[in-house]
Write a protein that binds this ligand. Structure first.
Ligand code: AMP
Ligand code: GLY
Length: 426
């Protein structure tokens, strides 16, 4: 079988790496891919949002399945374009992708189907939004309605801070049209966790639980990033809470998808806030998380290709999805300056040695080849994932491996998964 993977980050490297282990997969293409992905897949240089060109390629190469990593092509309708031409694709259609691409759509959907979430109000007018924020006081959360590459959410401590965020989004148009509308939301307290599930629109099967680390510095300080590391399982998501998530979030989600006749074949990701044995949904994503995938997929025991094909063909109920016992920890190494400005083109050393260590995989995010050397090419450069019998040993091994990798300006958090260690109380 031939597979095309869309995307070029750490999540896509983990997908490609997993596909490379499948007995049924003979050839993998990735668009655009990166230096690490190139080890297992032929990287192709087509515009990711030119669905006509991608479809021509799929027809020409007789590709059996396309798997979409990032949200943008999904929001632009890649899955609809492929299915219209009778092509198998893993990812929801554009109408369902609004669950991620429009925060107000997502919140209204949660309200329609009784999915627990923070109280909120949607505003098109800056003046009305500011009045409301002053009335409510801080802390309060401001969200740009549209896609803003993970930067469109501000947790404001005071109404003044909230006002600044509103101006930034609505008046200065920092995120363009994405900030024309905003969601103003009650600020929730608790611990966050990521709950992802495979679904073909009829059956829902959860993935192993995980947690990511959004802030750039240790102890959750500094600005938000795309994610600085992840681990699986997340002890905060007890079996009880996972059952509760299935009951209160995933079942109503599925009812909503059916009632609104949305074509959902892929992964649904619920960002959860957990407190006192209860939970609320912070956001939906319509794809696998990054860097959660780099921690979770290595723990998958079942053939990922088989699952993805079954999902895309609406046969998920036939699949048994099994997970390896134990745990995994993924530590992200980022470029100096990230999540702000950073330089590219820094040579990376120590990759081969790290990859040879037991139970270690290095997933590339922003890397490229230059003069036959692997160099940095993005903010998040790579993630070192280690598997182990428990979080503690996986964590030790991941940190042992990452200390051997070097590039100019490299930084990484030293406390990934520290929260999940048994001697910590939370
Ligand atoms: P989102 O993209 O909606 O998940 O927001 C990004 C991050 O902002 C989340 O992972 C949380 O850390 C934080 N956040 C979002 N909504 C809220 C909320 N209602 N209360 C507290 N923190 C929030
Ligand atoms: N790790 C959060 C996300 O993928 O959106």
């Amino acid at each position: 079988m031939k597979v095309l993977v869309i995307g070029g980050g750490g999540r896509e490297h983990a997908i490609v790496w997993k596909l490379a282990h499948s007995k049924r997969v003979d050839k993998i293409f990735c668009c655009p891919g990166n230096a690490g992905i190139a080890e297992h897949a032929e990287c192709i240089d087509l515009p990711v949002n030119d669905f006509g060109a991608l479809l021509d390629f799929v027809r020409y190469e007789w590709i059996d399945l396309t798997i979409v990593g990032p949200e943008e092509p999904l929001a632009r309708g890649i899955a609809d374009a492929f299915r219209k031409q009778g092509r198998n694709i893993f990812g929801p259609g554009a109408d369902a992708a609004r669950l991620e691409a429009s925060k107000s759509f997502s919140k209204d959907f949660m309200r329609r189907y009784g999915i627990p979430t923070a109280e909120y109000k949607v505003f098109n007018s800056y003046v009305h939004a500011e009045d409301y924020v002053r009335l409510k006081g801080g802390p309060i959360v401001i969200k740009a309605d549209g896609l803003a590459a993970g930067k469109g959410v501000v947790v404001a401590k005071t109404p003044e801070e909230a006002g600044t965020a509103l101006r930034h989004m609505m008046k200065d148009r920092a995120f363009g049209d994405a900030g024309e509308k905003v969601v103003v939301e009650e600020c929730l307290q608790g611990e966050e966790a990521s709950f992802m599930a495979f679904t073909d629109g009829k059956t829902i099967v959860p993935l192993a639980s995980s947690q990511d680390h959004k802030r750039v510095f240790d102890n959750d300080e500094g600005p938000n990033t795309g994610g600085m590391g992840a681990y699986s399982p997340a002890p905060v998501l007890t079996q009880e809470l996972q059952d509760l998530t299935m009951e209160k979030v995933m079942k109503p989600f599925l009812n909503g998808i059916k009632a609104e006749q949305m074509d959902y074949r892929g992964v649904i990701y619920a960002g959860l806030m957990i407190k006192d044995g209860g939970l609320k949904v912070l956001e939906f994503n319509v794809r696998l998380g990054d860097p959660e995938t780099q921690a979770v997929l290595p723990r998958l025991d079942t053939d990922f290709f088989e699952i993805a094909l079954a999902v895309s063909e609406g046969r998920l109920s036939e699949m048994l999805v099994n997970w390896k016992p134990g745990a995994s920890v993924a530590v992200v190494a980022a470029s100096g300056g990230y999540p702000g400005k950073y330089d590219k083109g820094k040579p990376i050393s120590g990759l081969e040695k790290a990859a040879k260590m037991d139970d270690v995989v290095v997933f590339h995010s922003g890397t490229a080849f230059e003069d036959s050397k692997t160099v940095t090419a993005g903010g998040r450069v790579l993630a070192v994932t280690a598997l182990g019998p428990d979080i503690e040993s996986a964590r030790d091994q991941a940190y042992k491996a990452i200390t051997g990798i070097k590039f100019d300006g490299m930084h990484y958090r030293k406390d990934i998964a520290a929260k999940a260690l048994p001697h910590k109380s939370h």
